[in-house]
Design a protein around this ligand. Sequence first.
Ligand code: 9D3
Length: 253
Amino acid sequence: MRFDVLTIFPELFTSVLQEGILRRALQADQIAVNLHNIRDWTVDKHNMTDDRPFGGGEGMVMKPEPLASCLQDVQEGEQGRVVLLSPRGEQLNQKIVRRLAGHEKLVLVCGRYEGVDERFCRKYVDEELSIGDYILTGGELAAMVIVDSVTRMLPGVLGCADSAANDTFSRGLLKHGQYTRPRVFEGLAVPEVLLGGDHGKVYEYRFLESVRETLQRRPALLHSVEFSVAELRLLKKVGLFQQVQEAIKKNVH
Ligand code: 9D3
């Protein structure tokens, strides 16, 4: 995967790329991240990347020409999918992350100020993405979220231990709680079943804990979970089946 990032603050990205899984993926050439300072494509003597909005109003708007000429250079050779990070975009989720990971090249355009000139969006942007309903100071942190979440989906980036596809409950349930040593912490013991070594019992316990966590924290998620016959039988046995059914009914999309 190749990421090209268009930004007026390329240095914001350096620390994120210098540690952990992203660093390893870069070293192994599983990803490349090319940072482009939009200011390098300005032609006026003050290197202006923004200007006042026609029609008046608060703040500044990113000029279309530096963005377009930067993009033109970045799109030499292989054509990447152009993603604008924008608060009015579709909200990012794991399904979108998976789809983005299927592209060979992503061009991430980071807006600043009040936004990007609408004509640049219309001419060059394939999709607009937001990372949630809160206000950031610019698209850079959102672009980092995309680089991070897409990279961990690429084959070979995660070890087997935390394989993205291998995630036991990557099926729409929340993850069960996890425990490590010590066996007793501040008076709280690790659940007995996890110490016994009966893998079948451990699997059942974790499945039920996942369902309980989901019921409590994100009941709407249960709408799109598919349970096997054995799982449904287990839910009935422990008296969770009816709660799950009610949670699903309350959320008819
Ligand atoms: C007054 C209108 N504001 C829109 C809500 C203007 C505005 C605020 C903040 C325009 C741009 C920004 C900077 N934010 C982003 O570029 C951004 C963002 C975000 O603010 N929240 C969630 N996802 C994203 S992706 C890019």
